[in-house]
Design a protein around this ligand. Structure first.
Ligand SMILES: O=C[C@H](O)[C@H](O)COP(=O)(O)O
Ligand SMILES: C=C(OP(=O)(O)O)C(=O)O
Length: 357
């Protein structure tokens, strides 16, 4: 085939191809120092210990729905760090530092895909900004959590992450299950947006075993990746299908499904999304219920997820932005977040004390 013939069939809907630095180049520019490396490993070990009941604390994955302004996320991390230290006997606090947003249809896809927030899609800049912020947050001693959405991005940032999620919209995808099987940290599998829990259980089983699939290596070269399987995946209940699924009966039902599938009986409850009907004012109501279950000795609840930022609510992109307010889902403001964390710490302390007695 001549080159013009190839060009008539190839890349017919690609309007531009822009070079992107390799993961190795970005790591060289923004390295994970030996000290930060130990902090990441320690954060992952603590999450694993909570999930495997070697540590009686409650895992709390908390932070903005998405990062759109690294300065505001950094300020939030400073505040959260104080709470993480203060409540460390009872809670293992991990900050949501979410850069990739899966959309139901279309919308802003997060800071990695669109760091200028205007659809220009400077992914190289997005990866650089994301890695820099993750390193800064790890440098404050806070473990970080992200959703892994694109199968290429983990090579650029996953070394900074202590807990990862496969989201409700991708939990049925083989690509994401394969990815989870090779990721180095515990991964939460969310129930599907229609509420299906069995799909997340299938994902846990699929990610637990080795897979072979094409991807890129650290140098950015196409490679066939052979994974070992991830033993630290777990269910995340986020509500769905128009119904919440955080009640004591829902939790018991999910634990039964896990038992039937011969999987560890542990789960995380996302107090936002389908469990709050995306109303940030409902998150504390969900927390009240979940804290009650924990205090009553429900050991199947390993953790909770909260969406929280400096300012309550949400705003649309496009106009003058309010500092510290979410541009995706509505978040609790800072003060209610502190109150909710205290409530969860008390519940966790009570569960630990009564288990010992
Ligand atoms: O967490 C954020 C959103 O719930 C998710 O990205 C889907 O958002 P959308 O339904 O507004 O697209
Ligand atoms: C998109 C998210 O959640 P879900 O996949 O549950 O909708 C999220 O946690 O940001």
């Amino acid at each position: 085939m001549t080159i013009p013939e190839v060009q008539r069939v190839r890349d017919q809907r690609i309007s531009a191809v822009v070079p992107l630095m390799s993961p190795a180049l970005l790591h060289h520019e923004l390295p994970l120092t030996a000290e930060l490396h130990d902090t990441v490993l320690d954060g992952r070990r603590q999450v694993e210990d909570v999930l495997n009941a070697r540590d009686p604390r409650l895992l709390v994955v908390v932070g903005p729905c998405s990062v759109h302004d690294p300065a505001a996320a950094g300020e939030y991390a400073d505040l959260l760090r104080e709470q993480a230290n203060r409540l460390a006997d009872d809670l293992l606090i991990v900050m949501r530092v979410y850069f990739e947003k899966p959309r139901s249809t279309v919308g802003w896809k997060g800071l990695i895909m669109d760091p200028a927030l205007d659809g220009t899609g400077h992914v190289g800049t997005g990866l650089r900004v994301a890695r820099k912020l993750l390193l800064e947050i790890v440098g404050r001693g806070l473990p970080t959590a992200v959703e892994f959405l694109d199968p290429i991005t983990p090579q650029y940032i996953a070394d900074t992450v202590a807990w990862g999620a496969i989201g409700a919209r991708t939990v049925e995808s083989q690509v994401h299950r394969q990815l989870a099987s090779g990721l180095s940290m515990p991964i939460g599998m969310k129930n599907r947006p229609d509420g299906s829990i069995s799909t997340a259980i299938d994902a846990i089983n699929a990610a637990a075993v080795p897979h072979v699939f094409p991807g890129i290596d650290y140098s950015g070269t196409p490679a066939i990746l052979h994974t070992t399987g991830n033993p630290d995946t777990h269910l995340v209940l986020r509500g769905g299908g128009g119904k919440p699924n955080y009640s004591a009966a829902d939790v018991e039902h999910s634990l039964q499904l896990l038992r039937k599938a011969e999987l560890p009986e542990r789960l995380v409850i996302d107090c936002s999304h389908g469990n709050s009907n995306k109303d940030h004012l409902r998150q504390p109501i969900v927390v009240d219920d979940v804290a009650g279950q924990v205090a009553d000795g429900q050991h199947g609840i390993s953790g909770v997820m909260l969406e929280s930022f400096l300012e309550p609510g949400r705003q649309d992109l496009g106009g003058q932005l309010t500092y510290g307010q979410s541009v995706t889902d509505a978040c609790m403001g800072w003060q209610p977040t502190v109150e909710v964390l205290e409530k969860l710490a008390k519940a966790s302390a009570h569960r630990r004390r009564t288990a010992r007695a």
